[in-house]
Design a protein around this ligand. Structure first.
Ligand code: APR
Length: 252
């Protein structure tokens, strides 16, 4: 682990880069929400250590709907609803930077809606959002708050078709608007801040490389080195994003 002095120097360097940047883009993963009480998917205490990720495969959802729904409800709705999720200081800094005109958008792999709750408006939801449901038959969308989330899989209030959470299951394509919006943002920024992602899931993990090839400065914040750290990151800040982002912001 770095000495505090070296860490302070690196935070000063990042603040200098971001002060000079004209267009900052944020790229976030599960680690961004860890300090809001949401466990990451991998690593220590990871959701996939306890649950089989195949239960979140789209074909499995349609073939074994009740089994898949049991896990979806337990992991995403019981847990998330009981935890009363709130944005942490890291989310609030990214919202502040957007309001200040420093940050043009956030590309997030997270489905927890916390960037929007924190106040960001330009968000590319690469993996969708759990606060909505979509009908697999008529395509109608409903706020999760309007759907009875019981023990049986929910059905469409319009056509009776099977509903699914409006997040991306394994085996599903990335929403076009989110995909092309993220590519465009990565290819037009001069500073790209990677926060709390292991970089193990594609195609999301290809987006940071596009920013690098476009000449953007790559800043990374993570508790642990990721697939980006020794490949594209120009500055790696090891630690909690909810603690490091306010320190950077204080120097801007
Ligand atoms: N601050 C910064 N980083 C953190 C923190 C924290 N407080 N807590 C954990 N991390 C880091 C971990 O070290 C890890 O590298 O966050 C990362 C989380 O990685 P994953 O759990 O793999 O999550 P993510 O990269 O977002 O996963 C991508 O995989 O399961 C799918 O669809 C799901 O969107 C998800 C995708």
């Amino acid at each position: 682990m770095l000495t505090q002095d070296t860490m302070d120097e690196k935070i000063k360097e990042v603040a200098r880069i971001l002060r000079e940047a004209k267009n900052i883009v944020g790229f976030t993963g599960a680690g961004m929400s860890a300090e809001s009480g949401i466990p990451p998917f991998r690593g220590e205490g990871g959701i996939w250590n306890k649950y089989d990720p195949n239960s979140l495969d789209i074909e499995y959802y349609y073939r074994h709907t009740q089994e898949s729904w049991n896990i979806i409800k337990e992991v995403f709705y019981n847990y998330f609803n009981n935890t009363k999720l709130k944005p942490n200081p890291g989310h609030k800094v990214l919202a502040k930077w957007e309001k200040e005109g420093r940050l043009s958008c956030v590309i997030t792999q997270n489905i927890d809606d916390l960037h929007a709750v924190a106040g960001n408006e330009n968000i590319f939801e690469f993996h969708g959002n759990m606060s909505r449901f979509v009908c697999s038959k008529c395509g109608e969308k409903f706020p999760a708050s309007s759907i009875p989330l019981g023990d049986t899989p929910p059905h469409c209030l319009e056509c009776g078709g099977l509903l699914k959470p409006d997040f991306i299951f394994f085996g599903e394509g990335i929403p076009e608007k989110a995909y092309y919006g993220s590519v465009h943002a990565a290819e037009h920024c001069d500073a790209f801040v990677i926060i709390g992602t292991s970089g193990q899931v594609s195609p999301a993990n290809m987006i940071p490389g596009m920013a690098k090839r476009n000449g953007a400065k790559i800043i990374e914040i993570n508790l642990e080195p990721s697939t980006y750290t020794h490949n594209i990151s120009d500055v790696f800040l090891q630690g909690k994003s909810g603690e490091i982002l306010p320190q950077i912001d204080a120097l801007l």
